[in-house]
Design a binder for this molecule. Structure first.
Ligand SMILES: Cc1ncc(COP(=O)(O)O)c(C=O)c1O
Length: 416
């Protein structure tokens, strides 16, 4: 049974039968790929939900670059961001002509250490990006106070979590801006896409101009993006019999899939041109948004389960995790994280998610190009070495979570 249902983070975690049907229907209507009413509906629903001006782009990284380009300020202004982040974040900062300055994290939250942030503020600092890592809420209350004291902007990076009626209540409350991603494994998915939500009408004016000037993705690129749910839906159950990987390799080889990071991005550079959110991706993201409560409830149920098991077996995990959070993934800490992942992979359990063993993720990201000095943020570095993330995504079942916990019980006993 588990043979045809791999446990994973990255094999199209949002894609179920309904998503495949929606994608097929979009593929048959190419006139809706670039422009159509769904993008404006998505904007309206996000505006209503989060009471902010909404600007849509082809990815979260572009939405962040758009905001930073829209900000006036000193040349080479500094943007404070946490270590243990995704490479595309410093890439976007640098594409906007600004400088990423890293602050360390707390191991208990995997989020910014506010005292360390204060130490890194200089007269050139313009903004703080606070990442709610894996959906663990950052201390926006203290960060807001810090921003007010030093005259800085607060950007909440909500790529990993979108709050709903149930919470988390503090996310999106104190920031001037909220960054959303509609990437493949994010809170909701449009295969690609992102939004900058602004509560600063003065800066919204420039963001509107940035979105107005953005160019469309080519029809070919949108078609390739729409292949992603279909290719993975076929490849995923074939992983256990060794055919999934070659099928994905072939799909990539013939150009049927768009990589998450371009070659240039992997080298620490981002094209500064901004793109409109394709209407087809908006349409998929809109379906996710309308389902957000159910998606988050599922994540809450798995978080609660992992929390109870981790507490029962005395596994180590960030202390700030609360059983009611809709985590994007549930992090454990163990000395042998990589060995455990390797051993599980042989059993069709794929826990490599790009967020382990790297201070700037995924592993192999160029530190120098990302302006990160190894050794400068020791807690981020040691957390990243020990992290073992468990999936909570919409297609991860409770039964799979039970099976995973069963296997971990032995593996973690041998390690810790
Ligand atoms: C913390 C964080 N912020 C921002 C982004 C950017 O999102 P996108 O992939 O939509 O560009 C990511 C994506 O991986 C992320 O992990």
């Amino acid at each position: 049974m588990s043979f045809f249902h791999p446990i994973h983070h990255t094999f199209a975690p949002h894609v179920n039968g309904a998503a495949v049907l929606r994608t097929l229907s979009l593929l048959l209507q190419p006139w809706k790929w670039r422009e159509g009413p769904e993008r404006e509906t998505l904007r309206k629903e996000l505006t209503r939900r989060y009471s902010a001006d909404v600007f849509l782009f082809a990815s979260g990284r572009e939405a962040l670059a758009a905001l930073l380009m829209a900000l006036k300020g000193p040349e080479r202004a500094e943007i404070i961001v946490q270590a243990f982040t995704c490479l595309v974040v410093p890439n976007a900062i640098q594409a906007a002509g600004k400088v990423p300055v890293y602050a360390d994290i707390e191991q208990d939250t995997l989020n910014l250490d506010v005292a360390d942030v204060e130490r890194r503020i200089t007269p050139r600092t313009q903004a703080i990006i606070c990442q709610h890592t894996f959906g663990i809420p950052a201390d926006t209350y203290k960060l807001r106070a810090l921003c007010d004291r030093y005259g800085l902007l607060l950007i909440e990076d909500c790529a990993h979590v979108m709050p709903d009626e149930t919470g988390p209540q503090t996310i999106g409350k104190d920031g001037d801006f909220m960054l959303l991603s509609f990437g493949r494994d994010k809170a909701i998915s449009g295969v690609t896409g992102g939004a900058m939500l602004s509560k600063r009408p003065d800066i919204s004016v420039s963001l509107r101009a940035q979105e107005g000037d953005a160019i469309s993705l080519s029809l070919l690129r949108i078609k390739r993006l729409l292949f992603y749910p279909l290719v993975y839906f076929v490849a995923r159950p074939l992983y256990g019999i060794g055919l999934g990987k070659p099928l994905l390799w072939l799909a990539r080889k013939i150009g049927a899939l768009v990589p998450i990071l371009t070659k240039e991005e992997k080298q620490g550079r981002m094209d500064a041109r901004l793109h409109r959110l394709p209407n087809a991706c908006a349409s998929l993201a809109l379906a996710g948004l309308r389902d957000l409560t159910a998606i988050n409830d599922h994540r809450r149920a798995l978080t609660k389960y992992y929390f109870a098991e981790a507490a029962r077996h005395r596994w180590t995990f960030p202390k700030a995790i609360h059983p009611d959070l809709p985590l994007q993934k549930f992090p454990l800490f163990t000395k042998n994280a990589e060995g455990i992942r390797r051993s599980l992979k042989k059993q069709n359990i794929h826990l490599q998610d790009g967020w382990s063993g790297c201070t700037i993720c995924p592993p192999g990201s160029p530190m120098e190009e990302a302006s990160y000095r190894p050794g400068s943020d020791p807690r981020a570095e040691s957390s990243a070495q020990q992290i073992l993330n468990l999936p909570t995504h919409p297609t991860m079942t409770k039964e799979q979570a039970r099976m995973l916990v069963d296997k971990l019980r032995n593996l973690l006993k041998q390690t810790n």
